[in-house]
Design a protein around this ligand. Structure first.
Ligand code: ADP
Ligand code: ZN
Ligand code: ZN
Length: 732
C-alpha cells in the first residue's frame, strides 16, 4: 500500500515545507485545511499544501500527523493563491504568511466556522442507499444514516455528538460517499426590511458621477483605479455608493483604511449609511471579536468588511469590490516579520478575485501615481471640493533673521491672533510629541542620550521623564549634569507639550486641545477630543499627524506648520514625498466649510524648489517632478529595491555578516553597502544594511531567490538577526 505523506506549511522561519506521515485513521485533508502535528517538543498547526506518495525525508525521520482540523480549506482558493504569491514575492516563509493571514484563534485550533454553521448531511447516494448494502454489518453507520435522513438540512457537530454519533462514523460514511460535511451556503448579507440604505446618498457632482460610473461598469472584472481627489472632494461618498452597488448585486466589499483612519467615526459613517452587517477588523479588537468578524466575512454574512493592514487577508464569500483608502499611508506596510504591503496585495488580490480595486488618496504614493500615468491604473480625478468648499491658500514664512518665541515667528503669532479674534479655529502642526527633543547642559554641552539607542530621548512632562521613542525606555531627567555637575539643564527644541504651554500663556482665554499619542492614550479620549473641538468656538488645536489624518475640522481656517524643514532633508529618498503628503493632508483640514483656509509654513528654505512647486503648482506637479528625479536615479517606482537588514548585540557582527551576504550577490545587481544603519544602535542592538537595486524586478527576484540559501548557509545566520525587505518603505 502506498504511504501517504502530508506536505505542510508551518509557522517557522525555515523557508521550506514540512513532510509528515498521514496515519490511516486520518482522512486526507484537502489543500488549505489545518493539520495539527508534533513539531520539536511541541505541537504546531500547519496548513496542508498537498499529499504525496513520495518524500525526500528518510522514513525514520518522519513524524506522524496528530489531527486534521478542517474538512475544507480555511481560505478560498484566491486567498490561498495570494498567500503563496506573497511568500514568493516577499521571499518569506509560507507558513509565516499563513500565520499573518489567519486570526490567532484559528491558528490555535478554534473551529473554522461558528458553531451551527458547519453541518453534516447525506449525499444523494446516502439518501437512497439500501440498508442491506455494504454497510449492513456496521450498525453504527446505519444508525447515523437513519438519523441523518430525518434531518435533510443537516446536523451540526455538537448535536451529532449529543445523539451519540461520533466523528469516525461520519467520516466512514463520508468515505463511502454517503455523507458530506458542508459549510452552509454563504448567507446573503443580512438585509433589513426597508432596503439597504439607512440614509439616502448625496446627489453626486458630475466629477463624482463619472468616477462612480467607471468603477461600476467594471464590476466582475479586475480593474485598478486611482481615485485622486483632494481632501473633502467626496472620495468617501464615492466609496459608499460603489459599495451600495456591490451590495445590490449581492456582493461584499472590502475596505482597507490606515491604522489611524479607523477611528470610530469612519465606521460610524458606514453604519449610518447601510443596513448590512459590517465586520470590523483592527488591532483594538480582541481575538474573539476578530475571529467572529472574520467568520462573518467568510460566510458572506457581513456585506462590508472594514479593517487595517492585515484585513487584506480576510476571506470573502462573494467578493465584489476592494477599496484602499489613503493608499499612500505608511501603515499599510508591515515593518517587521512578514514585510508585506497591504495596498500592493490588495491590487494583486483584486486580480485573483476578478474585481475592481479603488486606491483613494489626496496625495497618492509615487508608485501608484506612476502606475496611473503609465495607464496601468485608470485615473479618476476629483478636482473640486464637494459641498462647494474652497481650497486653502499657502504662504511661506521665511524664518531667516526672524526672532522666534518657542518656535513661533511674529507674523505667525499675529495671524493666529487675528484668526482667533474672528471666532475661528487654528491648527498648529508639530511632528513631535513630548516637551522637547533634546535636554542640553548649558555649561558644558552635554546632551541626554538613550543608553540603548543612538538617539536622544524626548523630554516629557507630567510626569517629567526622558522617554526614548525608539526603544521605549524611560528614566527620570537628571537634576544635575552628569558630566559637569551644572544644574543649568535646558530643554531644546519644540514638542507639542511645549507649544501647548507657550500658547496657553500667550492666549490664556482661548481653549487649547492637544492631540497626540500621549493625550489620547485612554480609549475614547480621541472621540471626546473631536467632540469638544467641534463644540468649541475659537480654539487652538496643537498636535502631531494624528490631527492630519482622516478627521474634518470645519471651524479651522488657519493651519500652521512650524518646522517643515525637518522632514524635507531626511536621509531617505522618500523624505520629500512623505513631507509633501503630510503638508497636503494637514492643509486639507483648513477651510472646509464656507470660509477659505490659509496654510502657513515656516521654513529656513523659502527657495526650496520642491517646496515651492508643491505650494504653487500642487501635489500632482510636485509628484511629477520627483518622479523625474527618481527615474534618473533608477529609484522606485522605476528601479526596484530590496533591503537586507542585520542586527546583533555585538557591534561588529552585522557588518561582517552582511559582507558575507554581499559576496553571494550576483553581479547583475547594484549593491549599496553594507553600511551601518542611520541609527546604528537601537534597543541595545547594532544594525546594518545592504541595499540591492535593479532596473528589472525579475532580476532582483531571481537574485534574491539565489541569495537566500546562501545567507542561510552563512556561519552566523543563526547568531545575527536578519531579514529581507522587498520594496522597503523606510530605509532606517
Ligand atoms: P473625502 O473622502 O474626499 O475627504 P468626503 O466624501 O468625506 O470627502 O466628502 C467631504 C464632505 O462633503 C462630507 O461631509 C460629505 O458628506 C460631503 N459630500 C460629499 N459628496 C457630496 C455631494 N455630492 N453633495 C453634497 N455633499 C457631499
Ligand atoms: Zn554639563
Ligand atoms: Zn532608546
Amino acid at each position: 500500500m502506498n504511504r501517504r505523506y502530508l506536505q505542510l506549511a508551518l509557522p517557522s522561519p525555515l523557508r521550506q515545507n514540512f513532510d509528515y506521515l498521514l496515519p490511516a485513521k486520518i482522512d486526507p485533508p484537502p489543500v488549505g485545511a489545518r493539520v495539527r502535528v508534533p513539531f520539536g517538543r511541541q505541537e504546531q498547526i500547519g496548513i496542508c499544501l498537498g499529499l504525496s506518495t513520495t518524500t525526500e525525508v528518510p522514513e525514520e525521520k518522519l513524524r506522524v500527523a496528530s489531527e486534521a482540523l478542517d474538512e475544507e480549506s480555511v481560505l478560498p482558493p484566491s486567498l490561498f493563491q495570494l498567500c503563496q504569491w506573497a511568500a514568493g514575492y516577499y521571499h518569506h516563509p509560507l507558513g509565516e504568511v499563513f500565520d499573518t493571514a489567519l486570526p490567532v484563534l484559528l491558528r490555535q485550533g478554534e473551529p473554522l466556522t461558528s458553531p451551527g454553521e458547519l453541518r453534516w448531511r447525506l449525499t444523494r447516494l446516502g439518501e437512497l442507499y439500501p440498508l442491506d448494502g455494504a454497510i449492513r454489518r456496521a450498525p453504527k453507520q446505519i444508525e447515523a444514516l437513519l438519523k441523518l435522513r430525518e434531518h435533510p438540512d443537516g446536523l451540526i457537530p455538537p448535536l451529532l455528538a449529543s445523539l451519540g454519533i461520533e466523528r469516525p462514523i461520519l467520516l466512514a460514511l463520508q468515505k463511502k460517499g454517503l455523507a458530506e460535511c458542508i459549510t452552509l451556503t454563504p448567507a446573503e448579507p443580512v438585509k433589513a426590511p426597508g432596503g439597504l440604505l439607512r440614509e439616502p446618498h448625496h446627489a453626486l457632482s458630475s466629477e463624482q458621477r463619472s468616477a462612480l460610473a467607471a468603477i461600476s461598469t467594471h464590476s466582475g472584472q479586475f480593474r485598478p483605479f486611482l481615485l485622486f481627489g483632494i481632501t473633502g472632494s467626496g472620495k468617501t461618498e464615492i466609496y459608499l455608493q460603489a459599495i451600495a452597488a456591490a451590495l445590490e448585486r449581492g456582493e461584499q466589499a472590502l475596505v482597507l483604511v490606515p491604522e489611524i483612519g479607523l477611528a470610530p467615526q469612519t465606521v460610524a459613517r458606514f453604519r449610518a449609511r447601510f443596513q448590512t452587517e459590517i465586520a470590523v477588523l483592527h488591532s483594538g479588537r480582541n481575538e474573539r471579536e476578530r475571529l467572529e468578524a472574520w467568520r462573518a466575512a467568510r460566510a458572506g454574512q457581513a456585506g462590508i468588511v472594514i479593517g487595517t493592514r492585515s484585513a487584506v487577508f480576510t476571506p470573502l464569500a462573494r467578493p465584489g469590490l476592494i477599496i484602499v483608502d489613503e493608499e499612500h499611508d505608511l501603515s499599510f506596510k508591515q515593518q517587521d516579520g512578514f514585510r508585506y504591503h497591504a495596498r500592493d496585495l490588495a491590487v494583486r488580490r483584486a486580480q485573483l478575485e476578478n474585481v475592481p480595486v479603488v486606491l483613494g488618496s489626496a496625495t497618492p504614493s509615487l508608485e501608484t501615481l506612476a502606475n496611473a500615468r503609465q495607464g496601468r491604473y485608470e485615473l479618476l480625478e476629483l478636482k473640486t471640493r464637494a459641498a462647494g468648499a474652497s481650497t486653502p491658500a499657502f504662504r511661506l514664512i521665511d524664518l531667516r533673521q526672524q526672532k522666534l518665541q518657542e518656535g513661533f515667528s511674529d507674523p505667525l503669532l499675529q495671524t493666529i491672533k487675528a484668526t482667533l479674534a474672528r471666532g475661528e479655529q487654528v491648527l498648529v502642526f508639530i511632528n513631535r510629541r513630548g516637551f522637547a527633543p533634546v535636554l542640553l547642559c548649558h555649561d558644558c554641552g552635554w546632551q541626554a542620550r538613550c543608553r540603548r539607542c543612538d538617539a536622544r530621548p524626548t523630554l516629557h512632562r507630567a510626569p517629567a521623564r526622558l522617554h526614548c521613542h525608539h526603544c521605549g525606555s524611560e528614566s527620570a531627567p537628571p537634576v544635575q549634569c552628569p558630566s559637569c555637575g551644572s544644574t543649568d539643564l535646558r530643554p531644546v527644541g519644540l514638542g507639542t507639550e511645549r507649544a501647548e504651554d507657550f500658547l496657553t500663556k500667550r492666549f490664556p482665554k482661548v481653549p487649547l486641545f492637544r492631540v497626540d499619542r500621549d493625550s489620547t492614550r485612554r480609549k475614547e479620549a480621541l472621540t471626546q477630543l473631536y467632540h469638544d473641538i467641534h463644540g468649541a468656538g475659537p480654539a487652538l488645536l496643537v498636535g502631531t499627524q494624528m490631527l492630519a489624518k482622516g478627521h474634518h475640522f470645519p471651524k479651522v481656517t488657519l493651519v500652521a506648520i512650524l518646522d517643515i524643514d525637518g522632514g524635507l532633508f531626511g536621509a531617505d529618498f522618500r523624505a520629500p514625498e512623505h513631507v509633501a503628503q503630510l503638508v497636503m493632508q494637514v492643509a486639507g483640514r483648513a477651510g472646509r466649510a464656507d470660509k477659505p483656509g490659509l496654510v502657513l509654513l515656516q521654513t529656513h528654505q523659502p527657495e526650496h524648489q520642491l517646496l515651492r512647486e508643491l505650494i504653487t503648482a500642487g501635489y500632482s506637479a510636485f509628484a511629477d517632478r520627483v518622479l523625474e528625479e527618481r527615474q534618473q536615479l533608477g529609484l522606485p517606482p522605476f528601479g526596484h529595491l530590496a533591503l537586507i537588514r542585520a542586527e546583533a548585540p555585538d557591534a561588529a557582527k552585522p557588518m561582517a555578516f552582511l559582507q558575507g551576504v554581499a559576496s553571494g550577490v550576483g553581479n547583475n545587481l547594484q549593491l549599496w553597502g553594507p553600511v551601518p544603519a542611520p541609527m546604528e544602535k537601537r534597543a541595545g542592538r547594532f544594525r546594518a544594511h545592504l541595499l540591492l537595486q535593479s532596473e528589472r524586478r525579475a532580476a532582483l527576484h531571481g537574485a534574491l531567490a539565489n541569495l537566500i540559501p546562501h545567507i542561510e548557509g552563512l556561519p552566523d545566520a543563526r547568531r545575527v538577526r536578519w531579514s529581507v525587505d522587498v520594496d522597503p518603505q523606510d530605509i532606517d
